[in-house]
Design a protein around this ligand. Sequence first.
Ligand code: DGL
Length: 265
Amino acid sequence: MPNPNPIGIFDSGVGGISVMREIRRLLPAEDLLYFADSAHCPYGIKTPEEICSRIFKIAQFMVNQNAKLIVSACNTASIAGLELLRRAFELPIVGMEPAIKPAAAITRNGKVGVMATGVTISGQKFLSLLSRFANGVEVIKVACPGLVEQVEQGFLDDPETEELLKTYLAPLIAEGVDTVVLGCTHYPFLRRQVESIMGPSVKVIDTGYAVAKRVAQVLREEGLQNSSTGEGKVIFFTSGNPGKVSQVITKLWNQTPVEINNVSI
Ligand code: DGL
C-alpha cells in the first residue's frame, strides 16, 4: 500500500538540509518535513543525555505530524541517540555516521582525515566504526568547533570561516591525507572551501547521497512510497527564531524565500 505521509528530517540546525537535498533529488514525489533545532544548536558541545532529550522530543513531534519515516540528518545526534529513538518509536528511523567505509575504499595513500563534532569523534561508537571499517587505513580526526555556528549564520565565505577551516585542515595537510570525510551535515555547505584549501589531489566526501539511497530502500522494503507523480511539499519547522532561520535556509535550500513555522518543544 503506498503511503502519502511525509518523511521527517531533523538536525540541530540547518545542516541536515545537505541531506534533505539528496532525498529531494532521489525521491521528488515525497512530502518532507524538516525540523531545525536552532534554539539548541550546536549539539556538538552538549552531553549525550542532553542530545537524547532533544531528539526524543523532535521525533515525538514528527510522529504527531504523521511522519512515516524519520531521518536523523545529524551525525552527532545519530551517534548519541539513534538506538534510543529506535527503541522508543515504531516507525523506521534512518541515521548516519561519518563515511569511514567509503573513504577507506577510495584512499590511495592510506591516510584519511575526518572532520566532525567533538561528540561524534570522541566516543566508543566512533572507535567501533573505525574498527569495523577503517580496514588498516590511518584515520586522522579533527573536531571543528565554531564551524557549525558559521554555517548556521549563513557565513560560508567570510574570512572567519576561512580562518577556522585553515586551522582545522592544517593537521590533515601536515599528515598528507588524500581523502577528507565531512562527518557533520553542516560541512557539505563548506565543501568548495575545504576543497580549495586541501587542493585538487584530495577527495572530499560526505554521506548525504548514501542516506538518501537508504531512505529510498527502506520506503521500498516497507511499502511506504508515495505513489503520487507530482512534486512533494516541503514544510520547515524550527525551535529558533523563524525570521533568522528562514534567511539562512532560503540561501541553502533553493533560493526562493522559505516560510518557517516556529515550534516550542
Ligand atoms: N549537523 C550536525 C552533525 O552532523 C551538527 C552538530 C552540531 O550541532 O554541533 O553532526
